[in-house]
Write a protein that binds this ligand. Structure first.
Ligand code: GLU
Length: 477
């Protein structure tokens, strides 16, 4: 007690701040001084996760773009649940939260919101074949689940005023995959999920269907810790959002993260056939030269480069991955690539990286399985690929066969499964699509017999007959 009595006034104040969780007045001053922007987010497929050794996710990429444009370094803190995220933001543990947060009156009363960057609708989902609720009154007396601390609990509390029978369970988790899992396995009847999250994960849970929209449109925004300096930052964030809205970068980021795969793959083959004629002739001899050097099939290297950058040497992803083969900065350094924008260097780096991955796989995996697995690792990282192989083994499948490993990759997104793996959550479905696309592009190149440019005069691609473009693709493995 005496010791406490001896503390000076400023120390008392600090202690009081820590105990009450009051706002830290110097939070934004520290940002000015150190240039470190602290972000609170949650680990989920739409917000923040690791793709190989690279952090990504729509919210993360968006805020990283802001941090880069202002020369801030970004420090990420991840919360395990939405409730935890809100509590930690209130305590001033971060400047802002970017975590697919819907703007709600309750949140906006506590924090400062940026302008909205995404619009979506909350959906009630159910399992097809079960009783479909047609309106809100039909949600009563059903086993309904939502994320604890989510915007949907606020919506439900409001609806409960008109529908007193309405009841629900709140699930403590960071993402809605958990809810989809409960409904698909019959452990809950209905779930309320943001439409963007639902659409993105629907492929994983094909039996889940949207029954009704719970609300008109809702918007998502960043929430800032309300301390001195927050309003200046709010204005700066809004300026950034207007900039990327006007430049089209915001839309590109949405397409990249939320564009539906089916739609994309239907379109992509069509575009590929067109680009074979318009763009490939420019790159073919360079691709052949590098493929020769690394003893790869040039058509395969061309297919990978197309999947990576659409043969655009200036291509750039929102995560800062750039160039013909979209090599990350870390990988570029390891591979000795000084200029990722130089197509020759980029191709050589990519070819060498693929060769390295092929070499690192266990020796008893035979081609072509070895090649498809190396390609999956190129996309998702060797650690996650190994996890999928272990899952295959656990299920009595053969981890040496690509079809068996391919079937396991999407489980790396399944909340019942990925916590049991060594490297955790990964966008396994995306890796599957990645390899499928490359195989498809590769097949088209083989079937159209685009000749080696050094053996024959450049192909007159306009002469490719219609029948050739309609050739059936070989059956996938
Ligand atoms: N957007 C929701 C929220 O802000 C979280 C995601 C969900 O529950 O679907 O609470």
């Amino acid at each position: 007690m005496q010791a406490i009595a001896a503390l000076s006034l400023p120390i008392y104040l600090c202690l009081a701040l820590v105990l009450t969780g009051c706002s830290d007045q110097s939070l934004y001053q520290r940002l000015e001084r150190d240039g470190e922007l602290i972000l609170l987010t949650r680990n989920s497929p739409t917000t923040y996760y690791f793709d190989g050794d690279e952090a990504t996710g729509f919210d993360y990429d968006l805020i990283k773009g802001y941090a880069d444009s202002r020369n801030y370094t970004l420090r990420v803190k991840a919360a395990f649940t939405l409730e935890e995220l809100i509590t930690r933001l209130a305590k001033g543990e971060a400047h802002l939260a970017a975590a697919g947060l819907t703007v709600t009156p309750e949140r906006s009363a506590r924090f400062l919101a940026s302008d909205p960057y995404l619009t979506q609708k909350p959906l009630v989902v159910y399992k097809s074949g079960q009783r479909r609720p047609r309106d809100v009154s039909e949600l009563a007396n059903r086993d309904l689940v939502v994320l604890a601390g989510s915007s949907h609990t606020e919506t439900l509390l409001n609806l409960q005023k008109q529908h007193p029978q309405l009841a629900w369970r709140e699930i403590r988790a960071a993402d809605t995959l958990e809810l989809m899992q409960l409904v698909t396995t019959g452990k809950a009847e209905l779930a309320i999920i943001d439409s963007v999250e639902f659409r993105m994960q629907q492929q994983l849970y094909p039996r889940l269907v949207a029954a009704l929209e719970l609300d008109k449109q809702e918007v998502m925004a960043w929430y800032l810790h309300p301390a001195e300096g927050a309003d200046a930052m709010q204005a700066d964030l809004n300026a950034y959002l207007s900039e990327i809205e006007a430049s089209g970068d915001l839309q590109k980021l949405k397409d990249r993260h939320f564009g539906t795969l089916d739609f994309a793959s239907r379109l992509s083959t069509f575009t590929f056939r067109r680009k074979l004629q318009t763009d490939l002739p420019r790159w073919q001899s360079l691709i052949e030269e590098v493929a020769d050097e690394y003893q790869l099939d040039w058509r395969l290297l061309a297919a990978i480069a197309y999947q990576e950058s659409h043969w655009d040497p200036e291509a750039r992803s929102p995560t800062g991955v750039r160039g013909f083969m979209m090599i990350t900065q870390v990988t570029a350094e390891e591979l000795g690539v000084d200029d990722v924008l130089d197509p020759h260097q980029s191709l050589r780096g990519g070819a060498r990286f693929l060769k390295d991955l092929q070499r690192r796989l266990p020796p008893d995996i035979e081609d072509p399985h070895r090649l498809w697995m190396a390609l999956a690792a190129y996309n998702i990282g060797m650690g996650h690929l190994e996890d999928a192989r272990i899952l295959a083994e656990r299920k009595g499948m053969d981890p040496h066969l690509w079809p068996d490993v391919r079937a396991q990759l999407p489980f790396l997104q399944n909340p019942d499964v990925y916590p049991t793996t060594r490297f955790g959550f990964a966008r396994g479905q995306e890796a599957v699509t990645y390899v499928d696309n490359i195989r498809q592009y590769h097949s088209i190149l083989q079937l159209q017999s685009v000749p080696d440019s050094r053996l024959q005069p450049p192909v007159d691609t306009n002469a490719l007959s219609r029948d050739q473009t309609r050739l059936q693709l070989p059956k996938a493995l």
